[in-house]
Ligand binder design. Structure first.
Ligand code: UDP
Length: 237
């Protein structure tokens, strides 16, 4: 098998991706497929940390319309990510992949607190580390969590698995003439106002020279291909 290009990665999976076609909740067949793909990447020699979103269950800004205070809503969103993380952890372990779930909010009964050195140690031992509860603070997103944790654990790259196969000149679901970038610089993304991840997350990557790859996680085998260095999706650096 082709050797993996990256030694340590952070893979960001949105809550929406876990919901599959149903748009809400967790699609168990998607979890199963993601787990198998993640395990293959580990077996081929890469340390994998995961950041999961919570948009399939709750987002802080959504609550504002129903009388839920923004900060309260954000904490609800963070707890939603823990539900997704626990599901993913279970499915990974059911196929024999050791994992550790680390949370940005203390909840010892279900996960370890996030401690950077411990996270690195788990990764070195071949465990998949899942970061739940975001960074533990309101007004942030799980994209920012992926960027921050990647910098902290010195990952080589942030992989953003989405349902689109990269960054386009315009929204490819609305504009048929949109074309995909295979490579683009951070500055160009700013100039063109392209939507890669939220600006806080994006700026953290830029300021710390951390490359981002946006790719289609729903195409079977894509995750391993990206990690092996195949040029699919869009590389931002
Ligand atoms: N959230 C937060 N701080 C964090 C991470 C997440 O407040 O560090 C909240 C925020 O309300 C967010 C929700 O959790 O909307 C779910 O995360 P996100 O929207 O990033 O999930 P995704 O869009 O990836 O499914």
């Amino acid at each position: 098998m082709v050797q993996n290009r990256y030694k340590r990665i952070v893979l960001k999976l949105s809550g929406e991706a876990l919901a599959g076609g149903q748009g809400f909740g967790i699609d168990s067949s998607i979890l199963q497929r993601y787990a198998v793909e993640i395990k293959k990447v580990v077996e081929n020699g890469t340390q994998v940390a995961l950041v999961v979103g919570g948009g399939n269950i709750f987002r802080g800004v959504e609550g504002e319309h129903s009388g839920i205070d923004r900060v309260q809503g954000d904490y609800m969103g963070m707890l939603a990510t823990v539900i997704n993380a626990m599901a993913l952890q279970s499915v990974l372990e059911s196929i024999g992949q050791f994992t550790r779930l680390m949370s940005g909010i203390r909840m010892e009964q279900v996960c370890e607190p996030f401690i950077r050195r411990k996270a690195v140690r788990h990764l070195e031992k071949g465990r998949v580390v899942i970061f739940g509860a975001g960074i533990g603070n309101p007004y942030f997103t799980t994209d920012s969590t992926a960027s921050l944790r990647a910098i902290e654990i010195e990952a080589d790259v942030v992989l953003k698995g989405t349902r689109v196969d990269g960054v386009y000149t315009a929204d490819p679901e609305k504009d048929l003439s949109a074309t995909r970038y295979s490579n683009i610089s951070f500055d160009e993304v700013y100039r063109q106002g392209l939507n890669v991840m939220d600006m806080t997350a994006f700026t953290l990557c830029k300021e710390n020279d951390l490359p981002i790859i946006v790719f289609d996680m729903n195409k079977p085998g894509n995750l391993l291909r990206v990690v092996q260095g195949e040029k699919i999706g869009t590389l931002i650096q």
